[in-house]
Design a protein around this ligand. Structure first.
Ligand code: PLP
Length: 292
């Protein structure tokens, strides 16, 4: 069965889904995106993802391509058509097609909506969660509106490539204050005093959906959440470190720039947060997998 993509209202074979060469997403990165999981056919944290999509669109003055109810129907239909109960759903909205010119087109253009799905294996994530991940640090080269989930990802691409070249799984980007976030994840540490720290939201980082889910889960765990910057040195000396995202869930960090974090194994606070996140996933989607 061929993969099916959604392209401006049509459901088409993936290989036939083409966009115009003057799509402003292609020429200017003038667009935004979301990545949402479908597990057991149910969309995880859908309303949080759609709220962030709405914020990203509003920040760039791009009209929503569909009303929210119609968008939700299209998302479900695409997942069902691909017969993938566990799927990663990619959504991208660009300002649309117009003759090339930096400023917004004078004539109204229809925003372009593209959605694709691909297989997602929660059991593979659970297995990786027991291993943890190596992180390298790189300068944060990105623009100053990293709170917008823009398709302009060159800084993130270069950061992830640096991780890949170093044999690491993630790159943490560092500005003049400290770690901002991972190339495609939110960065966290656990202090020697047991506090969980992640940088406060600002225009320097993406408001992660998983970050918000974890923030809600910490108080019931009896763990204090402190939103403040931290440096690479503090992270290397921390009791634990981890990163979070829609696709990596809660991933322990075992080393930072080659320096082992604590004993190099997933720590107790990280494992408790993993378990709380899996409980959230199970409650929202009915998926049975859990890391242990
Ligand atoms: N930070 C960046 C730069 C990202 O690209 C992502 C996810 O793609 C995240 C953080 C984590 O966000 P979420 O938890 O919503 O997946």
């Amino acid at each position: 069965m061929p993969r099916i993509a959604y392209l401006n209202g049509q459901y088409v074979p993936h290989g036939d889904a083409m966009v115009h060469i003057e799509d402003r997403g292609y020429q200017f990165s003038d667009g935004v995106y979301e990545v949402t999981l479908a597990l057991g056919g149910r969309l995880l944290d859908e309303d949080r993802h759609l709220a962030r999509l709405g914020r990203s669109l509003a920040a760039l003055d791009i009209a929503p391509p569909l009303g929210e109810p119609a968008l939700k129907v299209a998302m479900r239909k695409l997942v069902a058509l691909n017969r993938l109960p566990d799927a990663l759903l990619y959504q991208q909205v660009t300002r649309g097609v117009a003759p090339r010119g930096h400023a917004f087109p004078k004539r109204p253009v229809r925003p372009a909506l593209v959605m694709t799905v691909r297989r997602f294996d929660p059991a593979a994530v659970a297995a990786r969660q027991t291993q943890g991940a190596a992180v390298v640090t790189v300068p944060d080269l990105r623009w100053r509106r990293c709170d917008i989930k823009s398709v302009s990802l060159l800084g993130n691409v270069l950061a992830k490539q640096a991780a890949s070249a170093a044999g690491a799984q993630e790159a943490w980007m560092v500005d003049t204050v400290g770690v901002t976030e991972g190339a495609s994840t939110t960065a966290w540490i656990v202090t020697q005093g047991g506090e969980v720290v992640s940088r406060q939201l600002s225009q320097s980082l993406l408001p992660g959906v998983t970050r918000a889910v974890i923030a809600d889960a910490l108080a019931p765990l009896g763990v204090r959440f402190v939103e403040r910057p931290f440096t690479v040195a503090e992270a290397q000396a921390a009791a634990e470190a981890f990163f979070t995202s829609t696709t990596s869930f809660v991933m322990p960090v075992t080393s930072i720039d080659g320096q082992t974090v604590a004993d190099g194994r997933p720590g107790p606070v990280t494992r408790a947060i993993q378990a709380a996140h899996w409980a959230h996933v199970r409650a929202a989607t009915g998926r049975p997998q859990s890391p242990r």
